[in-house]
Structure formats: structure tokens, C-alpha cells
Design a protein around this ligand. Structure first.
Ligand code: GLN
Length: 293
């Protein structure tokens, strides 16, 4: 290979042209940064810089993987969520920016200082760890049914030194009886056979984290239906769902006896999450103190 064809910029241009991605140039730059340790800014400042053999071999191998469709997050083994660098692998969903809107919503609640919080179907641990980073005094439990996801969430909790208790449970099935002030979940909600499953990064994510029956609501039905038994009076349930599922999900919440039911949008302006409160027993407010009337 001649010097000029292995210049940083020439390699970036040819990699970019091979990627079927919404962000091909960014993808190429991220792989270049990973292979070289150079910053993205320096790729632009010194486009003529030449990679050494080791860097070139790694870059070429990872460009091939990306050209075959593998998600950048899987190739790098890492994805940012909230302010946190999270390890990712193919055992679970790659955390999405849209899911950060669940974290934002949860931080708005007036919960007790040592709130008991449950993240159901935690995957990488993203939601639980983001909450722990913002509210270190909360007692946060994060569960997943998939052993490899539980192991991954545990690794992320340890690497970030955040106090989250990770456990194995299929939704509520494996939990000992207790109640929470907040239950939060990004469950699978894609319809079986949805065309979207054949596109982009989703093809490399496990069906167990994405698909929930014919209407995509199988897991949401179960979670919303059972959550009242696991919530303290006045406790909140927050769930992510598809952009066209808000009405159906609000119906599930009202059938389960929730109040203050609200849907909120993600950063792209799509309906993305619904939240609601378990009614507090008469005469009690959220923290269990008597109402001064
Ligand atoms: N929003 C994701 C997607 O469209 C699905 C995430 C999920 O099922 N929890 O790929």
C-alpha cells in the first residue's frame, strides 16, 4: 500500500463509502480513534498522518465488521448512556438515547431520600446505573432474566463503582416480597415480524430484548398488571414503549388501577414513555405520613 492510500483521511474516505449507516463518516472516525488512540479533532487537523501496521490491521478488521452491519457499539464494546460509558455485548439491547428520557422522568419525582427503586429488564444496567449516578442514596435493584445480561450489568456496576444490586429475575417472578417507591422498565415492545427488526443495528440485538408478541405488548401487559402489588402506595411506575403504543399502554395502566397517568415524548418528539402512580391508601400521602387536612 502506498503512503498516501494509507493516510488517515484516505482510509476514512474509503471506509465511509463502505458503510450502509445513517452516520458513515462518524462510524469511520470512531473506528479510527479506537485503532489509533488519536482524538477525532486530530483526525481533521492531520489528515495526512499515516497509520502503523498494527493500527492499520485493527482498523481494516473493524471496518470489515462494520461493513457487514455489526453495530459500532458491539465493535467498540462500549456505548455512552447518560454520562456513563457502559460495556455492551450481544446479550442485550444497546442503550438508546431515547431511554434517557425515562431517567429524566424518574428524577422529577419527589421520592424519599433513600427511595427503593427497581429496574426491570435492566440489560446493560443503563437505567439503574444512570439513576444511581444521580441519586447515590437510592436503594436500586436491577433485574434481568438473561444470565449474560445480569453478568454484564454487574460488570458495569463494578467498573463505574455505582451502588446497584443486580439480580436474576424474569420480571417480578424471582423477587422476594417487598415494595418499591419506583419501578422503571424498558421492556421488549416490538411486534413479532416488524420490518424494523431486519434493519440496521437491531439485527444484531437479541430478540429477547426486543420482541413481545403479536402486538408488542405482552411484557408491558404483565409488568403493568403486576406492578401494583410491588409498589408502595403513591409509588410510581415508568415504562418505555413504542411511538404508537401510548394509548394502549395508558389503557393497561388504568385497567390496573393507576392514577395520574401521563405519556411523555422522547428527544425525537415521539411518544416514548408512560408513567403513573399507584393510589396511596386514604389518609396517606406518598411518604406514608398522614395528610394534614
Ligand atoms: N426502541 C427500540 C427499537 O426500536 C426497541 C427497544 C425495546 O424493545 N425495548 O429498536
Amino acid at each position: 500500500m502506498s503512503e498516501s492510500s494509507s493516510s488517515c483521511e484516505a482510509l476514512l474516505i474509503s471506509a465511509t463509502a463502505r458503510f450502509d449507516s445513517d452516520t458513515p463518516r462518524l462510524d469511520a472516525e470512531l473506528l479510527m480513534v479506537n485503532a489509533t488512540g488519536w482524538s477525532r479533532t486530530s483526525l481533521r487537523a492531520w489528515p495526512e498522518r499515516v497509520l502503523d501496521d498494527r493500527q492499520l490491521v485493527q482498523f481494516a478488521a473493524q471496518v470489515d465488521q462494520r461493513a457487514r452491519g455489526h453495530p459500532i457499539a458491539h465493535i467498540l464494546g462500549e456505548q455512552g448512556f447518560w454520562s456513563l460509558p457502559l460495556r455492551v455485548n450481544d446479550a442485550t439491547l444497546i442503550p438508546r438515547p431515547d431511554t434517557e428520557s425515562l431517567v429524566e422522568a424518574a428524577l422529577e419525582f419527589a421520592l424519599p431520600a433513600a427511595a427503593r427503586v427497581l429496574d426491570l429488564g435492566t440489560g446493560t444496567g443503563a437505567i439503574a446505573l444512570a439513576l444511581a449516578s444521580e441519586r447515590p442514596a437510592w436503594q436500586i435493584m436491577a433485574c434481568d432474566a438473561v444470565p449474560a445480561a445480569v453478568a454484564l450489568a454487574q460488570v458495569n456496576a463494578e467498573l463505574l463503582a455505582l451502588p446497584v444490586e443486580v439480580c436474576t429475575s424474569h420480571w417480578f417472578d424471582g423477587l422476594s416480597p417487598q415494595t418499591f417507591d419506583l419501578i422503571i422498565s424498558n421492556p421488549p415492545y416490538v411486534r413479532a415480524g416488524d420490518y424494523h427488526l431486519g434493519q440496521g443495528d437491531v439485527r444484531f440485538e437479541p430478540e429477547s430484548a426486543l420482541v413481545a408478541g403479536e402486538d408488542g405488548l405482552d411484557d408491558l401487559r404483565l409488568i403493568v398488571g403486576q406492578a401494583p402489588e410491588w409498589l408502595a402506595g403513591g409509588g410510581w411506575l415508568v415504562v418505555e414503549h413504542g411511538f404508537d403504543q401510548a394509548l394502549a399502554v395508558r389503557g393497561l395502566f388504568s385497567a390496573a388501577g393507576f392514577e395520574n397517568i401521563r405519556t411523555q415524548k422522547d428527544y425525537g418528539g415521539q411518544d416514548r414513555l408512560t408513567l403513573a402512580q399507584r393510589p396511596a391508601p386514604a389518609g396517606e400521602n406518598f411518604t406514608g405520613e398522614s395528610d394534614a387536612q
